[in-house]
Write a protein that binds this ligand. Sequence first.
Ligand code: 13P
Ligand code: SF4
Length: 326
Amino acid sequence: MKVNRKGFLDIPVDPELDLFKEIDRLKKEKNAVLLAHYYQDADIQDVADFIGDSLGLAQEAARTKADIIVFAGVHFMAETAKILNPDKKVLLPDLNAGCSLADSAPAPLFRVFKEKYPDHLVISYINCSAEIKALSDIICTSSNAQKIIESLPQDQKIIFAPDKNLGAYLKKKTGRDMVLWNGACMVHEIFSVQKIMELKARNPKAKFIAHPECEEAILRMADFIGSTTALLKFSQTDPAMEFIVGTESGILHQMKLASPEKLFIPGPPETNCACNDCPHMKLNTLEKLYLCMAYETPEIRMEKPLLDAARKPIDRMLEISKRYGL
Ligand code: 13P
Ligand code: SF4
């Protein structure tokens, strides 16, 4: 079965089919594992074998014994799973599921930028293309970035790419003067300071929790800052009963499941759009997921030299994370 030019299987699905059952059946039949990011739709999270943040998903991909990895997330995540499993089939329901942050760092421009700092080590956030990974020394995620930076000698010069917001946050946290690439995530840049202030005034007991991809002005208002997994854990363990959540709205599903007695309010964007929904993540649907498992396409394919070059900095990340028990 060929993927159409759109990058996904565009064939009708029988509306009578119980897709949850069918996806479970296909998982068993094909010895496939379904990995999903917290930003996926609730029904996709419900059918997944493992739900996690970018670090958790990479670690799960590294340890899986399944023959097929089905990635309900975006392209750079599925690509990372492929880099870690060059001999396995890695499927992504819609190849168009990209990432504005990854797109903000085109490899040819980054190569020229890097050449200006020959004595710098490159730490890249996992939200980047395999080509950028191949140009990097260590990959990090929002869960382990601080520890990775702190594991390096104080006098080590660093380029941090591609997220300028996460980079600025890490500069503050670690006191390291890193050179930053000027990239950002479209979802985390739309939160409104004014509207969050108004929400806090209306819900004085609510805590504002935010992802470090948000802009500095937003992070300054936060009671807690962390990766999606850290935000989820905080919402479970903190005694507060109300939370305003400054990240993509998909995470609210797991927060509500874990703490049904608590109230979770999505962080408000500047306009009345649903722009704290990631349009890339939301390209994956239950129907596309079912079709991609049934026909084993679209598949992530990469040339061996790129696979090998991109693997080294990911292995380095996994090794440092293990050392620190992350
Ligand atoms: P984490 O999964 O590391 O929390 O990052 C969030 C994100 O934006 C993924 O695209
Ligand atoms: Fe990329 Fe932002 Fe979407 Fe995450 S939320 S996939 S960083 S665009």
